[in-house]
Design a protein. Structure first.
Length: 182
């Protein structure tokens, strides 16, 4: 009888370990990395990319959205969104020195606040200490005509022969945010 209980417990533990390994290797919001190489800039952004799944993504807190307006958002899922750059980047009048930083947002209906923070902690449930914030910029929120199912971050390179300004672009659901830098 004791052997049956022991074997049953071992089977339960083994099944649990298989489940944990599956969840770790197949996250609901997969980890993504995007890179940007232009001139001497080498920038990498790492983030977790959740899916819409028929949910209300952005909205007033009373509407129960996944990401309420005017509240901290880690800008993805699971962990902080991290930006790493080998050169100094200029965002409006602010300089982000070469290094690795977390980036979080406070979405609004018409504009978003984007904050660069010196922490490199990866777990993103709670807002990083504001004492470690480097600077915050505001950018307008744009509406898209077609739904973006999975949260996406990418880069918009500067146009050939145009101004020397590139941008980080965030898109999800019917919302697009463009964060210019040079």
């Amino acid at each position: 009888m004791k052997k049956k209980i022991l074997y049953s417990l071992l089977l339960i533990v083994a099944l649990f370990l298989v489940y944990v390994a599956y969840v770790i290797n197949n996250p609901v919001s997969p980890l993504k990395t995007v890179s940007f190489l232009e001139n001497s800039n080498d920038i990498t952004i790492t983030y977790s990319a959740p899916f819409k799944k028929n949910r209300l993504i952005f909205g007033m807190e009373s509407e129960s959205p996944l990401v309420p307006f005017n509240k901290y958002w880690r800008t993805g899922a699971n962990r902080h969104t991290m930006i790493k750059t080998n050169t100094d980047l200029k965002f409006t009048d602010n300089i982000l020195k070469a290094g690795e930083y977390s980036m979080y947002t406070v979405p609004g209906k018409n504009s978003w606040d984007i904050t660069f923070n010196s922490t490199n902690a990866y777990f993103g449930i709670s807002q990083p200490s504001s004492d470690m914030d480097l600077f915050t910029i505001s950018v307008p929120s744009n509406s898209l005509e077609e739904t973006i199912e999975q949260f996406t971050i990418d880069f918009i390179p500067s146009p050939p022969g145009g101004p020397s300004s590139s941008a980080i672009r965030l898109r999800w659901d019917l919302t697009e945010i463009v964060i210019p830098f040079n």
